[in-house]
Design a protein around this ligand. Sequence first.
Ligand SMILES: NC(=O)c1ccc[n+]([C@@H]2O[C@H](COP(=O)([O-])OP(=O)(O)OC[C@H]3O[C@@H](n4cnc5c(N)ncnc54)[C@H](O)[C@@H]3O)[C@@H](O)[C@H]2O)c1
Length: 283
Amino acid sequence: MYNLLKGKKGIIFGALDEKSIAWKVAERAHEEGAKFVLTNAPVALRLGSISELAKKTGSQIIPADATSIMDLEHLVDEAMKILGGKVDFVLHSIGMSVNVRRGNHYTHQDYNFTKTGWDVSALSFHRVMSVLYQRNAMKEWGSIVALTYMAAQRVFPDYNDMADNKAYLESVARSFGYFYGRDHKVRVNTISQSPTATTAGSGVKGFDGFIAYAEKMSPLGNATALECADYTITLFSDLTKKVTLQNLFHDGGFSNMGISTAIMDDFMKDFKEDEEPKKETKK
Ligand SMILES: NC(=O)c1ccc[n+]([C@@H]2O[C@H](COP(=O)([O-])OP(=O)(O)OC[C@H]3O[C@@H](n4cnc5c(N)ncnc54)[C@H](O)[C@@H]3O)[C@@H](O)[C@H]2O)c1
């Protein structure tokens, strides 16, 4: 290990179980010498295994629903008390779509579900930063990171309304990041991660196909949750002080690919030139 976060303090949202990306970030941050508080929605604290992580990393857990300003204010006040002052880093690792959970098609959403998913997955990022900003809770040259997915830029039909939520989230990173950088020298970035087998990820229809396709398309293969944690640690460290307002792809090269030979070979297996044209199927 490199002691990259020695003496740094932070808040980590979104560790549910050991598959969670936030779980891996917490383990890596601990290894790199950071102290932090863990937080998640009260219901997730009951369902998940976060207390195990807290024990392992010597951290305290403060419940907070990321849709509640009151919860977030309490969280930030308590975190500063526990950690003895302002924080250096914050991870937003929160996502949930009720439309995805209920199997609603993108073209036929329940807009109350859409609002809830947006509130939890996207607006929560603004809310978290707003509370940190109002309370002047971030140290100068601190770093805030949220996790996102490439469906914000490209079409992935089954990603559903989460695609729109991620586009909003990435925009908030830029817009809030401007003020945070200008006023407090705090950087704000999003990491656009490969599909990863976690509770949130596996909720997406056809997720195994997503993972297998991305694996074959990416020259370096999919990035794992642990690799995402490693990348996040570099963004929390002092080695990336001037990186801000960015959406950073961490995906083994997937985002710049058109076609790979592996995918082409698979496609050609099913394709015979002399065959009668097949009836058009839905793309
Ligand atoms: N898994 C993937 O394929 C993938 C790919 C790219 C980006 N991401 C993003 O990574 C982040 C973390 O997801 P993950 O894959 O580790 O899954 P995960 O299910 O382990 O984490 C999602 C977390 O969001 C929390 N959460 C939900 N509602 C909340 C609320 N109201 N308040 C506070 N917390 C709440 C959950 O309790 C959970 O801990 C999400 O933003 C997700 O969209 C995931």
